[in-house]
Design a protein around this ligand. Sequence first.
Ligand code: FAD
Ligand code: FES
Ligand code: MG
Length: 304
Amino acid sequence: MPSSQPKVLRWLLARGAALQFMHTVLSKRKLSPNVTRLDVLAERIAAIRLPGQFVIVRRGDGAERIPLTIADSDEKAGSITLVIQAVGKSTRELVALDPGEVIQDISGPLGKPTELAEAGHALCIGGGVGTAVVHPIAQGLFRRGVRVTSVIGGRSKEWVIFEEELRRLGEVVVCTDDGSYGRKGFVTDAAKDLFAAGGVNVVYAIGPVPMMRAVAGLTRPLGIHTIVSLNPVMVDGTGMCGGCRVSIGGETKFACVDGPEFDGHKVDFDLLWDRLGTYRKHEEHSLTRHEEACRIGLQKPEGY
Ligand code: FAD
Ligand code: FES
Ligand code: MG
């Protein structure tokens, strides 16, 4: 636990129980050039969350609602861990928060918990921020006594995250695109070798769509059950808006209530990829306006 955490908690508790319902940022740590870890007060969620579940976060009045995986939790401290890749306006606003500042709304835990293997050898594959998303799954498997091997990757050493946390749960193979750390190449190259060695019963793959599609392509002919976590645009997170529709084995499913994890061999990755680009123009516009606001001092820039 970061050393600043108990101090912040003591400070909060000294100011009364009502504050416990506010989602105060307890600690913040930059994990890679664009990924930040925030430990946030959310007692009820910390007590009941399960691997694979996520929250919908709204920074403040008028802000967008965005889904983020619960990467870890500390029931004693009443906190959940959010690992955020700053890709657009809402994520940049979140990573600009400092300890003591507050996230207005956090709804959850949402989504179906991971279908955890009972025994055997599980391969947990994480690409980019997907490494933090795969962490609670690896944790759940480890707690059941399943052998866990994690294969994680980044473009270079400084982009590799959650290595230490995953090492506590089993063997870790690190891959970097440029070979600056661990093995040179993609996570799929390392996974191929592990499949060739044999003994892998189940695969959990989380990361960019092309990576999850490639892993599913490798395991399909081998008949290895493969679970992926889909990231369509979500709004309400409760099955009401239909924004997160995905196609699984030819059937329409809502990722927020039926997922976000699905059988990777049944996912229509082409449709998912197309739908992810639907709002790209609006997102670019929103980011440009956010950057302008930061420049003229109306908002805090990332890392402020
Ligand atoms: P924008 O510029 O608005 O969008 C950038 C891209 O992010 C879009 O092209 C789209 O692909 C995606 N996106 C935008 N809005 C949404 C939305 N409302 N819902 C889903 N995707 C959106 N990211 C993390 O960094 N860490 C996590 O732990 C994490 N967990 C996720 C869990 C789930 C179940 C899902 C569906 C997504 C998760 N994401 C996570 C992705 C994260 O929600 C988006 O990166 C974020 O919403 C982008 O918002 P933005 O305004 O900063 O970027
Ligand atoms: Fe609205 Fe899933 S986010 S239905
Ligand atoms: Mg956005």
